[in-house]
Ligand binder design. Structure first.
Ligand code: ATP
Ligand code: MG
Length: 444
């Protein structure tokens, strides 16, 4: 992409309405545009990042055997009356009437709809487990939409649902998602901590929130620092191994303020390991047994000939919120430098030629490099404008490609000035640069 042809409406200054850094950067660099309170259009730069996050989320769902479907955004109130949530959900649900005067709604979540899909087709334990997911817009009429896309009304969510024959099997499904979430966030270069959580309006008995640390987060958290040393490297997609992995995480006290008990915290965590801070909820998983299958009559035949209600769980990831969460984690607001993880970066590398009037040498060189990157599937952005050099650098620092090439006075022959954002400039030949970037990309 060439800056002169791009739709990246960059603002000179920080927008005053933005209170947290993700909201500031997203407006500043033209990733989103508000269309009304809590409702946004996604512009090319923001949309690119979100699509890359979506792809990673999808791949990690597929890896645990979940099957992708797509349910509509608009739902009928009938199924919500069956589950009993039509009244309970309250004002966050956007209710609509169609021309036949039927009560419809814009889905805030999909437990009812997916249960209806399940019960119409699956009748036997032999077809279980079923893990279904979709990635779709949700609407919640939040009382106080704020912080840009972090707490908005229309947002993009991956929600998955599991159907099992027994509590034990359902726990296995739950643990698959537990693992898949940790892997997903790791690929986004985020450290997300699973925390025991309340189940809220989804209901049920077992629940974890996945929280990343950030001063601007809305959740207050209390955790044992040792949880940060854990990883999922030796977890296998098999019952005992997954159980062990979850136990490994659960041995350390980690809760949000809803579940916080001072005595438990102080008795379980030595003073030096205590961490009280704030975080952003990026995912939330629930096990709720037959909470929906019972009122909605979703049952299956069991081995002995009896029938029972299917045991369900649900699993959400805030795909659009993650764009903001990554910025909260990676943006150096003081120096106005963003560095996207290569796995989701809108561009892999920025090419910054110093262009002098009547001299096209630097731009010609930039074009050649651009074509070479294109051949190698490296997505580059070139600043081909005649702005001065320092404002070009400033702009690219906001856009946040993790690598930069500067073509200027010091470019001699084949050696290019190359830098990984946040590190020192080095001199490399083009082929070496391609290799470095390629290797980083395949790692993810
Ligand atoms: P929160 O506590 O932040 O209001 P929630 O518990 O109501 O979220 P869930 O029903 O658990 O949300 O939804 C799954 C995920 O969807 C959340 O973990 C979050 O990442 C995302 N999400 C929920 N509400 C919003 C929102 N208003 N704007 C953006 N993302 C959201
Ligand atoms: Mg939640």
């Amino acid at each position: 992409m060439y800056i002169s042809k791009s739709f990246i409406p960059i603002l000179k200054d920080n927008p005053s309405e933005a209170k947290i850094k993700s909201h500031q950067l997203m407006l500043r660099v033209g990733m989103i545009k508000q269309s009304s309170a809590g409702i946004y259009s996604w512009l090319p730069l923001g949309f690119k990042v979100m699509k890359k996050i979506e792809k990673i989320v999808r791949e990690e769902q597929d890896k645990i055997g979940a099957q992708e479907i797509l349910m509509p955004t608009i739902q009928s109130s009938e199924i919500w009356k069956e589950s009993g949530r039509y009244e309970d959900y309250g004002e966050e649900m956007l209710r609509i009437k169609d021309r036949q005067d039927r009560e419809m709604l814009y889905g805030p979540t999909n437990e009812e709809l997916v249960t209806d899909i399940f019960r119409s087709s699956i009748k036997s334990y032999k077809s279980l487990p079923q893990l279904l997911y979709h990635i779709q817009w949700k609407f919640r009429d939040e009382i106080r939409p704020r912080f840009g896309i972090m707490r908005c009304r229309e947002f993009y969510m991956k929600d998955a649902y599991s159907f099992d024959v027994s509590d034990e099997e359902a726990n296995f499904s739950y643990n698959k998602f537990f693992l898949s979430y940790l892997k997903t966030f790791k690929r986004l270069d985020l450290t997300a901590i699973p925390m025991a959580a309340e189940t809220g309006p989804i209901g049920g008995s077992l629940s974890h929130e996945f929280i990343i640390l950030a001063e601007t987060g809305e959740s207050k958290i209390f955790t044992d620092k040792r949880v940060f040393e854990l990883n999922t490297d030796d977890a296998k997609l098999e019952k005992n191994s997954l159980l062990e992995m979850r136990k490994k995480y659960e041995q350390f006290y980690s809760v949000t303020d809803e579940k916080f008990k001072k005595d438990d915290f102080e008795n379980n965590v030595s003073e030096k390991n205590r961490l009280i801070t704030k975080g952003i909820e990026v995912g939330h998983i629930f096990y709720f047994g037959d909470k929906y299958s019972k009122p909605m009559g979703a049952s299956v035949d069991l081995p002995g000939g009896k029938k029972d209600f299917v045991k369900m769980g649900s699993y959400g990831i805030g795909v659009s919120r993650l764009v903001g969460a990554i910025i909260e984690a990676k943006y150096d607001e003081k120096n106005e430098v963003m560095k996207w993880p290569i796995s989701v970066a809108p561009y892999d590398i920025a090419i910054i030629p110093m262009i002098n009037k009547n001299d096209n040498t630097a731009l010609d060189k930039a074009n050649k490099i651009y074509l070479e990157f294109e051949k190698n599937n490296i997505d580059a952005i070139v600043d081909d404008t005649d702005e001065n050099f320092s404002s070009k650098i400033k702009k690219m620092n906001l856009i946040g490609a993790p690598y930069q090439i500067i073509i200027g006075k010091h470019t001699d022959g084949d050696l290019l000035e190359f830098k990984e954002v946040g590190k020192d400039t080095q001199k490399f030949k083009l082929q070496a640069i391609i290799k470095i970037i390629y290797e980083q990309k395949v790692k993810n």
